[in-house]
Write a protein that binds this ligand. Structure first.
Ligand code: NAP
Length: 255
């Protein structure tokens, strides 16, 4: 595998990198020379990712923890700092949708809480843990994950997820405004439907074809599409870019 070195000596944590978009971002950062911290809860998937990255000549370690629990994030941070040193690049990617699309009166209260906790609170807690060190060092680059579900109202979208991901956008921009004077950039990606392993299995083929028709670029996204956008925003090539919500969406949000 061709390796580039423009992130050499950078330490990058990608939360939720046992699979899906997070795994693709972690792999891309490693291919560009970063020491990557893989994170999630599925031990077998994480060690398989570590083996894959190391097999390509990259450097990776694994941490486990629930990102809805601040004490677990703090324990992860301590382990990372002892092993790889302080974090230069933080990707708060872990999250997901925890309710089915439904009329608001039918949305279970615990599904609402799970969506807000698993996306908005998790992003808040992750940044809360890692930002103080970046501020002390006066450098860092942070990326959060929103969704096209939070870029336009859609009666078919799961409302708790859309609302939580909309919160992630304002959280990102507020932190960007606070942290900018410390030399820290904070940006956000808003992907549309991405063909992760999970979505490949979950979305029936007929629905995939219908979804494609809504995209001006006539295909669904791949984890690598998101990883390329992440790599740009996290690197010094984007040194003058902060507080941006970037649609990685094949144009679907303007239709
Ligand atoms: N896929 C899409 O179409 C799409 C579109 C827009 C936005 N997004 C956003 O992009 C991000 C990644 O999505 P994905 O589709 O790649 O997800 P995925 O394939 O379901 O993987 C989710 C990852 O997050 C981890 N995770 C989730 N909740 C966690 C928690 N509480 N504590 C620790 N780890 C947790 C999982 O860890 P384990 O499996 O190891 O437990 C896994 O590594 C999410 O924020 C999602 O909302 C996805």
């Amino acid at each position: 595998m061709y390796m580039q070195n423009h992130l050499k000596d950078k330490v990058a944590l990608v939360t939720g990198s046992s699979r899906g978009i997070g795994a693709a971002i972690a792999q891309s950062l490693a291919r560009n020379g970063a020491k990557v911290v893989l994170h999630g809860r599925d031990v077998a998937a994480l060690f398989s990712m570590q083996t894959r990255i190391e097999g390509e000549g990259g450097i990776a370690m694994v941490v486990l923890g629930d990102v809805t629990k601040f004490d677990e994030i703090e324990a992860m941070r301590s382990k990372i700092e002892q092993t790889f040193g302080s974090i230069d690049i933080l990707v708060a990617n872990a999250g997901g949708s925890y309710t089915m699309p439904a009329p608001i009166e039918d949305i279970p209260v615990d599904g609402w809480h799970a969506s807000v906790e698993g996306n908005l609170t998790a992003t808040f807690l992750t940044i809360k843990s890692f930002l103080p060190g970046m501020k002390k060092r006066k450098s860092g680059s942070i990326l959060t994950l929103s969704s096209s579900a939070a870029r336009m109202a859609n009666a078919q979208a799961p409302i708790p997820y859309s609302a939580a991901k909309a919160g992630v956008q304002m959280l990102t921009q507020s932190v960007a405004a606070q942290a900018g004077p410390f030399g820290i950039r904070v940006n956000c990606l808003a992907p549309a439907t991405i063909l992760t392993e999970r979505n490949q299995q979950r979305i029936p083929d007929a629905q995939k074809i219908k979804l494609v028709d809504h995209h001006p670029i006539r295909r669904l996204g791949t984890p690598e599409d998101v990883a390329q956008a992440a790599l740009f925003l996290l690197s010094d090539n984007a040194a003058w870019i902060t507080g941006v919500i970037l649609d990685v969406a094949g144009g679907v949000v303007m239709c």
